[in-house]
Design a protein around this ligand. Sequence first.
Ligand code: ZN
Length: 75
Amino acid sequence: MIRKVKTMACPLCGCEHFYVKNPDDEYETCEFDVKNGEVVFASKDKESWRPEFTEATETYCDNCAWHGKLNALKK
Ligand SMILES: [Zn+2]
């Protein structure tokens, strides 16, 4: 059985850099990249806020106006 390589990218621009907003603090965001289908946080700071990714997590493209559920990136 052949497994397809998972890729995640913005449906509009193909960018792989995103951020999510803290639901408790709209000014707090967490940036991350998706590489080979995995989330890689941009910040190494362990003190900073980390989102919990669920099917309802609203994700924002860093490069264009696209935003949507994280699972919409999966192709
Ligand atoms: Zn985009």
